[in-house]
Design a protein around this ligand. Structure first.
Ligand code: CTP
Length: 419
């Protein structure tokens, strides 16, 4: 069983912005998961995408005003019955109307009626997003339990770039699924924290066309980064160059190739970080010699490839912290992907790794039989240096990320002492 329930009632609100077309991908995200979708655009959204498109994609009638479909009292019923309301794009005007509690069209009326989780994905020009009025409206909505997403950074209408771009439909969908799974708002409990996350696999070149690599896709590291940013953290990801995932909204991504490049990048960024999460699958060994020209297969038996040991970056961070070269209150999280063997099960190996690495928290995944790598769901345990052990039931990598970040914030709170 996954955490993604099917057959729920989802309202997709669409504000009047150029990004309204991206709502189509979001509607698909929900219908393909088996949910019932009602689309409620504003009048101005229909300037960008026609009603027929929304009706065809959702399979349901589409109205904008409170006087449409009066017999079914739609302006009351849609919000009352919804399991989730997602608005994408949420324009500055729509956020202002929602924050003021207005109900002058079907969408704002629905927002006022909804008692289910509500997710707003803002999209507007940077100046509008940063305007004190919008900042205050976002804060007001968040204080009422609405999840207001951090927008992405990038190309806006015209030639401008900056913060205010609508996150991609899959990213909004992943956060929406998390709200459904947790039936709660995404907390802003990482505001002010600087989080450094390594993700994906390293690649150790043998010659210009070959490398020693591994199966890490970077999905869990990116899910952590995406959610930490939505929980208010300032997030940097250092990703292996084999990761092919969209940059999460409001996250800075730096790319590396080898373990030694990862070490250089992590060591440069770690002194500024409050939390370091080593989700990367780091190659323990690299070919001892790099052949500048492609190695030919030749006629005889192949040569063996001598290997050299790579640095242990995680253990190095723990050591630097102990020596006072990193903030003493920095929280260091490691990952372990284990299989059972003659010596013991995954937990046995995970406990040993936690002791060996000396980090504060170890995320332990059982691997093999198609588990953990390159897939969207995961399960495992959270092992704390304090001896705590928590089972993480099977679920999406976004849900895993939320449990890991819950543990991180709890540890930070404990380190800060009682309020
Ligand atoms: N790690 C690291 N540097 C390495 C190897 C691993 O920083 N050279 C980090 C990984 O990012 C992960 C944790 O250490 O957070 C555990 O990785 P894993 O490969 O399971 O650990 P190893 O020490 O390589 O143990 P094993 O002998 O089981 O491969």
């Amino acid at each position: 069983m996954t955490d993604r329930a099917a057959g729920l009632r989802i309202v997709v609100g669409v504000g009047g912005g150029i990004a309204a077309y991206k709502a189509c991908g979001l509607i698909r995200h929900f219908t393909e998961a088996g949910h019932q979708v009602r689309v409620i655009p504003t009048e101005s959204a229909l300037e960008f995408v026609g009603k027929a498109t929304f009706e065809a994609l959702s399979g349901n009638r589409v109205d904008t005003g409170v006087f449409a479909d009066v017999p079914s009292v739609a302006h009351v019923a849609l919000g009352q019955e919804a399991d989730l309301v997602v608005v994408a794009p949420a324009t500055a005007d729509l956020m202002a109307r929602a924050a003021a509690g207005r109900a002058d069209d079907l969408l704002t009326g629905t927002l006022l009626m909804a008692r289910c989780p509500v997710l707003l994905a803002p999209a507007m020009h940077t100046e509008m997003w940063e305007h004190p009025a919008t900042v205050a409206n976002a804060a007001t909505l968040r204080s009422r339990g609405v999840t207001v997403m951090e927008p992405a950074h990038g190309r806006l209408t015209g030639t401008d770039t900056g913060a205010g771009r609508l996150p991609e439909p899959d990213q909004i969908g992943a956060l929406a699924d998390l709200l459904l799974a947790r039936a709660d708002a995404v907390p802003r409990d990482m505001t002010g924290l600087r989080v450094l996350i390594s993700a994906g696999g390293t690649r150790e070149p043998l010659d210009p066309v070959r490398f020693l690599g591994n199966r890490s896709s970077g999905k869990q590291g990116y899910a952590l980064a995406a959610l930490a940013a939505q929980r208010g953290a300032e997030v940097t990801v250092i990703a292996g160059d084999g990761v092919h995932l969209p940059t999460p909204a409001a996250v800075h991504v730096q790319t590396i190739g080898t373990a030694r490049e990862l070490q250089t990048a992590v060591d440069a960024a770690a002194p500024e970080a409050d939390v370091v999460i080593m989700a990367a699958a780091v190659a323990d060994f690299r070919p001892a010699d790099y052949a500048g020209a492609k190695i030919k297969k030749g006629a005889g038996e192949p040569d063996t490839v001598p290997l050299s040991r790579n640095p242990d970056i995680l253990a190095g961070l723990v050591e630097q912290r102990a020596q006072g070269r990193l903030p003493v209150d920095q929280l260091i999280v490691g990952f372990a992907a284990e299989t059972g063997d003659d010596e013991g099960d995954e937990l046995h190996h995970g406990r040993a790794k936690l002791r060996r690495k000396g980090c504060d928290l170890l995320v332990l995944n059982a691997v093999g039989d198609g588990r953990a790598f390159e897939v969207d769901d995961n399960a495992g345990w959270l092992l704390g240096a304090d001896g705590s052990e928590t089972t993480m039931e099977f679920g999406s990598k976004a849900l895993m990320a939320s449990r890991i970040l819950d543990a991180v914030t709890a540890l930070r709170r404990r380190a800060d002492g009682p309020d």
